[in-house]
Design a protein around this ligand. Structure first.
Ligand SMILES: Cc1ncc(C[n+]2csc(CCOP(=O)(O)OP(=O)(O)O)c2C)c(N)n1
Ligand SMILES: [Mg+2]
Length: 608
C-alpha cells in the first residue's frame, strides 16, 4: 500500500491491522488526519468513522467495541480539550483491561513546550492511563509508533496513544530506511493462548482434587472458555460465581451458577464464599475482601493471563499465568471426577430459594414503581441474542440481582472504574458492532442527563442504517442520584437534596422530539406492555419509567439487626421536613423489613 502523507499511512496501517471502526471527534489539531480520513472514505477504504457527541463518548465506545468484539478499539480526538476529554473512557479501558488505541492531534512540532493555545504536554497527560504513548516526531517514525501502539494495546490489554502533531499529519510519508536507529516494524498479533508448564498444572490439580467444597469465581478473562469452565465445575462438583463483568461468560440457566457476589450479588454466592474449602479464580480481579473467603479458610488456585493480577486479592497457593481456555483445557485431564455432588447441590438449592426471594422483592409494592419489578419483567422478555448494558447507579444492583443472561446474550458495564454514563456509549457501540441484535441500555436519570441524552442524537443520526432497529433505552426515572443517596444514609448522613436531586424532565417527550419513540410509564401495570411495545417497535425507544428511589439496594446477606439499625439511622439522619423521606418512609420501612424477614428466614429457617 503506498501512502502519500503520514495520515494516509496511519489510516492504511490501522486497516492493515484489521481495524475498521473508528470513533472520533474533529478539530484543527487533528485536521490533517481528518482530511485523510475524508479521502480514504471517498476512496471506499474499509473503515467506518462514527462521530458521537463528545470525545469521552468516543473513548467509551472504543472500549465497548473492544469488549463486545474482542478487537482493538480506536478513538480519535483533537489536541488540547479533545485529548483531555478522552481520559475517562481510556481509564475505563485501562481498568477493565481493554485494548484501545487513541489517535490524538497536537499543535505543530515547533510549538511543543510553548504553552500555546491548545498545546498540552500530551505525553504527560496520557502517561498514567496509557501502556504506551508516543509523539510521532518525524514521518519515518510513524510506522513504528502505530505498530507498537496496536501491538501493545492488544498484547497488554491496555489503552495506548499515538500523538500526531499537526505538521506531521500532512507531511509526506517516508518509508523506514536501513539507517542507524531506524526500526522497521511489522503487522500481526501473537497468540495469547499461553498454557502454564505441566508441573504447575499438576500442583493446581492436586489442590483442586483435594477439595470437597470448590467455589469457582469466573470473570471476563474467561470469555471464550464457557465450555471449559462448565466442564471443570462438573468434574469438581463446584459451584460457579461470576464477577459482574463475567456475568455473560457463564449461562444464566446453569443451575449452579449463583450469579454475582457482594453488594449486588446473591445469597448463595455469599454462602459459597463463606463455606468453601477451595477457591478457583479464573480471569477475575474481583476486589472486595469481605466477600472472599477468610485467609486460610480455602486453598486457592488462580488462572489469569496477566501475572500482575495473580494472588492480588487472596493469597493463592498456585498461581497459573495463562489463557483461561488453554489452561482449563490442559487442567481438565488432571482433575479427578468428584462423585459427591452435595456441595454443588447446595448451590442449586440455594439458587432456587434466591430466585423466589428476588421475585418476591420485585413484586413488593413501591411508589410509584419498584425498579426491581422493571428488571424482573425485562429478564422474562430478553430476546435470545440481545445485549444489555447497565450503569454505575442502582441499575448495576438490579442488573446483578434480576438479570440472567442466556448463552447467546451479552451484557456489560463500566466495571472497575464504575463510571456513570458508560451504559449509553456501551449500548450504542454494541449496536454498531452488531446492528442485527436487539440492544437494551439500562441507565439512571442522573447518568442519562450527564451525556446519555446527547448520545440519543447519535442514535437519531444512525438508527436507520441498523438491520434490526430495536435499541431500547430504559431510563430509571427516580429524580435522584439514588445509589449515592443510599450510600450517604449508610454512613449516617442524611440524604442531601441539594446534591442528590435530579431535575425532572420528560425523557419520553425528548425521544419523540428526536423522531424516536418515547413511552412514559408511571403505573406498575404498564411496565409489561411497555417492554413488549419496545421489543416490537420499528425504531429506537426510550422507556421513561418512573421508579421509587426509596427501594433499598440492600446486600443479600444483611442481617435483621443490621436492617433495623439501618432504618434507625435513616430516620435519625434525614430531616423530618424532607418531603422525599417523609412520604416514603413507610414504604422504605416495609421494604426493609420485608427484605430482612426474607433474609432471616433464609439464614435461620428454624427461627421463623
Ligand atoms: C462519573 C461518575 N461520577 C460520579 C459517580 C458516583 N456515583 C455513583 S452512582 C451515582 C448516582 C447515579 O444516579 P443515577 O444515574 O440517577 O442512577 P440511580 O442510582 O438513581 O439509579 C453517582 C453520583 C460515578 N460513579 N461516576
Ligand atoms: Mg436516578
Amino acid at each position: 500500500m503506498s501512502s502519500s502523507t503520514v495520515s494516509d499511512f496511519v489510516i492504511d496501517r490501522l486497516i492493515e491491522w484489521d481495524l475498521h471502526r473508528f470513533y472520533g471527534f474533529p478539530g484543527d489539531g487533528i485536521g490533517g488526519f481528518d482530511g485523510a480520513l475524508e479521502r480514504a472514505e471517498s476512496a471506499g477504504k474499509a473503515f467506518r468513522y462514527i462521530r458521537p457527541t463528545h470525545e469521552e463518548i468516543a473513548a467509551f465506545m472504543a472500549c465497548a467495541h473492544a469488549k463486545f468484539t474482542g478487537e482493538v478499539g480506536v478513538c480519535i480526538a483533537t489536541s488540547g480539550p479533545g485529548a483531555t476529554h478522552l481520559l475517562t473512557g481510556l481509564y475505563d479501558a485501562k481498568m477493565d483491561n481493554q485494548p484501545v488505541v487513541a489517535i490524538v492531534g497536537q499543535q505543530g512540532r515547533v510549538s511543543l513546550g510553548s504553552d500555546t493555545q491548545q498545546q498540552l504536554d500530551l505525553e504527560r497527560v496520557f502517561a498514567d492511563v496509557a501502556g504506551y504513548v508516543q509523539t510521532v516526531t518525524t514521518p519515518m517514525q510513524a510506522q513504528l509508533v502505530v505498530d507498537r501502539a496496536v501491538r501493545i494495546a492488544r498484547a497488554q490489554r491496555c489503552p495506548t496513544v499515538v500523538i500526531l502533531p499537526a505538521d506531521i499529519q500532512n507531511a509526506d510519508m517516508e518509508e523506514p530506511t536501513l539507517e542507524h536507529w531506524v526500526s522497521r516494524t511489522g503487522v500481526g498479533h501473537a497468540s495469547t493462548e499461553l498454557t502454564p508448564p505441566e508441573s504447575e498444572l499438576r500442583r493446581a490439580a492436586e489442590v483442586l482434587n483435594a477439595g470437597s467444597k470448590v467455589a469457582m469465581l469466573v470473570g471476563q478473562g474467561a470469555r471464550g472458555a464457557t465450555d471449559e469452565v462448565i466442564a471443570v465445575a462438573e468434574k469438581l462438583g463446584a459451584g460457579v460465581i461470576t464477577a459482574l463483568l463475567g456475568k455473560d461468560v457463564v449461562p444464566g440457566d446453569l443451575p449452579y451458577h449463583t450469579q454475582q457476589v457482594g453488594l449486588l450479588g446473591s445469597k448463595p454466592s455469599y454462602d459459597m464464599m463463606q463455606d468453601c474449602d477451595t477457591l478457583l479464580m479464573v480471569g477475575s480481579n474481583y476486589p472486595y475482601a469481605e466477600f472472599l473467603p477468610k485467609s486460610g479458610q480455602a486453598r486457592g488456585v488462580q488462572i489469569d493471563l496477566s501475572s500482575r493480577h495473580l494472588s492480588l486479592r487472596y493469597p493463592m497457593e498456585v498461581n497459573l499465568a495463562g489463557d483461561a481456555k488453554a489452561t482449563l483445557t490442559a487442567l481438565l485431564p488432571l482433575l479427578t471426577q468428584q462423585k459427591d455432588r452435595s456441595w454443588q447441590e447446595q448451590a442449586i438449592e440455594g439458587m432456587k430459594d434466591w430466585n423466589e426471594v428476588t421475585e418476591r422483592e420485585a413484586m413488593t409494592k413501591a411508589d410509584p414503581i419498584n425498579p426491581r419489578y422493571v428488571y424482573h419483567l425485562l429478564n422474562e422478555r430478553l430476546p435470545h441474542n440481545s445485549i444489555v448494558t447497565a450503569d454505575a447507579g442502582s441499575t448495576a444492583d438490579w442488573y446483578g440481582h434480576h438479570i440472567k443472561l442466556g448463552r447467546d446474550m451479552r451484557g456489560n458495564l463500566s466495571g472497575m472504574l464504575a463510571s456513570m454514563l458508560a451504559a449509553m456509549p456501551y449500548a450504542v457501540a454494541a449496536k454498531f458492532a452488531f446492528p442485527d441484535r436487539p440492544v437494551v441500555c439500562t441507565i439512571g436519570d442522573g447518568a442519562f442527563q450527564m451525556l446519555g441524552m446527547n448520545e440519543l442524537i447519535t442514535v437519531k443520526r444512525h438508527w436507520k442504517t441498523w438491520d434490526d432497529p430495536r435499541f431500547i433505552v430504559m431510563v430509571l426515572h427516580n429524580d435522584d442520584l439514588t445509589q449515592v443517596s443510599w450510600e450517604m444514609r449508610e454512613v449516617g448522613d442524611p440524604r442531601w437534596d441539594t446534591s442528590q436531586r435530579v431535575e425532572d424532565m420528560d425523557y419520553a417527550g425528548y425521544a419523540e422530539l428526536l423522531g424516536l419513540r418515547g413511552i412514559r410509564v408511571d403505573k406498575p401495570d404498564q411496565v409489561a406492555d411497555a417492554w413488549d411495545a419496545a421489543f416490537s417497535a420499528d425504531r429506537p425507544v426510550v422507556l421513561d419509567i418512573h421508579t421509587d428511589p426509596n427501594v433499598p439496594p440492600l446486600p443479600a446477606h444483611i442481617s435483621f439487626a443490621e436492617a433495623k439499625g439501618f432504618l434507625a439511622t435513616l430516620v435519625k439522619g434525614d430531616p423530618a421536613e424532607s418531603a422525599v423521606i417523609r412520604n416514603s418512609l413507610r414504604a422504605v420501612g416495609a421494604q426493609l423489613f420485608a427484605n430482612a424477614r426474607n433474609v432471616v428466614s433464609r439464614v435461620t429457617p428454624d427461627k421463623e
